[in-house]
Ligand binder design. Structure first.
Ligand code: C2O
Ligand code: CU
Length: 451
């Protein structure tokens, strides 16, 4: 059915009204009517897995695997997930980037009670958007995600796209102790004084030497998901020259070159890659270039006889609003990001001087365009994430920016100011926090109420 328009009272600011109406076509207010229900069982429990060089590592995992299972549904299907927890701590599942009904958002003490050890909970929702999403606990995330609790949710378009294959690469970063086990010191003072927990081992789908073998001439869709606690990636595909077709799950207005795109914790990038037809026997190293020490993330190897490359237009969302002139609109809400001494970890990360618990709730009117400013007064990185909403970057350090795509998480560098525009159309109580999980754990979280 036709999606409903956002409900906005007519008001006397024509410029703002125009920005609101431009969102209306970009993504729907409501989910499509569900045609079927897809049921999944997730069992969260301690276990062991073979990672890296073949050694066994103690993890906490969904269904005994790290990364957890890829849950795949089609747009128009209802997702029903029965979570049984046998973790030694309370837990929840948050559906990162999915515009779920608020009660399904998985935030303890806000949208649900934490699930105790031995307990269970059923999550049930109809996704509103097709795309690449992921799920993870929202209780002691810095520990539970680092130990291995995360998985990917793919919502396929109503109609299948003719890519020759559709692959997921889950990027994670591990800090191991000398015994090869996950270092059990979580939320350390060092991590809080820096950009969270960065480890010494990066894996793609749990493998430190991930190799994807394809046929020459294939045209693939590759979905990158960063589930790391703190590490940021800037993937370089060398001569493969992928095009970005989706950011944080949502299609871009048009395919974009990958150059300069980064994956901060929480971010996703969907890539459209054509493997050269004459490339048989070639290996393409995918390199991370975020830090000064580049390293190989994974390899794509072309093997066998060339296959026919299908020609089709990459998926896109031509209705991503331009929001021309938004860069000149006044700022409605400012969030100043900084740290202070105190709290159980010695350092607390704060939003407007307050850690979670002392935070002030931001009330936003559903259907009203707002300009939100993130002002980083610290020297550290902060990927800021808002639950249940998508936004567009409109200015960086005061300079208007034209970013033809939505995001749910935006990376701020030290001392940087980023302004985003958004029209909240999903009602409820939503967390807004830094996705460096140590920063979030030490207070860098607040609540936005859309009513
Ligand atoms: Cu993936 Cu509250 O976040
Ligand atoms: Cu942060």
């Amino acid at each position: 059915g036709a999606p409903e328009q956002p409900v906005a009272e007519p008001h006397d600011d024509p410029a703002r009204f125009r920005l609101e109406s431009e969102l209306a076509a970009a993504y729907p207010t409501d989910a499509p009517p569900a045609t079927a229900t897809r049921e999944f069982e997730l069992h969260a429990a301690p276990g062991t897995t073979q990672l890296f060089d073949g050694r066994l590592v103690d993890v906490w995992a969904y269904n005994g695997q790290v990364p957890g299972p890829v849950l795949r549904v089609r747009l128009g299907e209802e997702v029903l997930v029965r979570l049984q927890s046998d973790l030694p701590q309370p837990t929840t599942i948050h559906w990162h980037g999915v515009r779920v009904p608020n009660a399904m958002d998985g935030v303890p003490g806000v949208t649900q009670d934490p699930i105790p050890p031995g307990g269970s909970f059923t999550y049930r929702f109809v996704p509103k958007d097709a795309g690449t999403f992921w799920f993870h606990p929202h209780v002691r995330g810095a520990e539970q995600v680092e130990r291995g609790l995360y998985g990917v949710l793919i919502v396929d378009d109503a109609e299948t796209l003719p890519y020759s294959r559709d692959e997921v690469w889950v990027l994670d970063d591990w800090r191991l102790s000398s015994d090869g086990q996950v270092d059990p010191r979580f939320v350390t003072r060092h991590d809080l004084a820096h950009d969270g927990r960065w480890g010494q081992m990066v894996t793609v789908n749990g493998d430190a030497a991930q190799q994807l073998t394809v046929r020459p001439g294939e045209r693939i869709r590759l979905r990158l998901v960063n589930t790391s606690n703190g590490r940021v990636y800037r993937p370089d595909f060398g001569s493969l020259e992928p095009r970005v077709i989706a950011v944080d799950g949502m299609y871009t207005a048009r395919p974009l070159p990958l150059d300069g795109f980064e994956l901060a914790p929480g971010n996703r990038l969907d890539l459209d890659i054509v493997i050269p037809a004459d490339g048989s026997g070639r290996s393409y190293a995918i390199t991370d270039r975020f830090t000064r020490r580049p390293f190989t993330l994974a390899t794509i190897r072309a093997d066998g006889d060339p296959v026919f490359t299908p020609t089709f237009e990459a998926p896109s969302n031509p209705n991503v609003p331009g929001w021309d002139g938004a860069g000149e609109r006044p700022v409605d809400v400012t969030y100043v990001l900084n740290a202070r001494r105190g709290g159980e970890h010695g350092i607390q990360w704060t939003i407007n001087g307050r850690p979670w618990g002392e935070h002030e709730v931001t009330e936003l009117e559903g259907g009203r365009w707002v300009r939100v400013r993130f002002q980083n007064d610290s020297a550290r990185l902060h990927p800021m994430h808002i639950h249940g909403q998508f936004f567009k970057v409109i200015a960086r350090n005061g300079q208007p920016v034209d970013a033809p795509y939505f995001r749910d998480t935006v990376l701020l560098r030290g001392r940087e100011t980023i302004d985003v525009g958004m029209v909240p159309i999903d009602w409820g109580r939503w967390m807004m926090h830094c996705h460096i999980l140590e920063h979030a754990e030490s207070g860098m979280m607040t609540e936005v109420r859309v009513g």
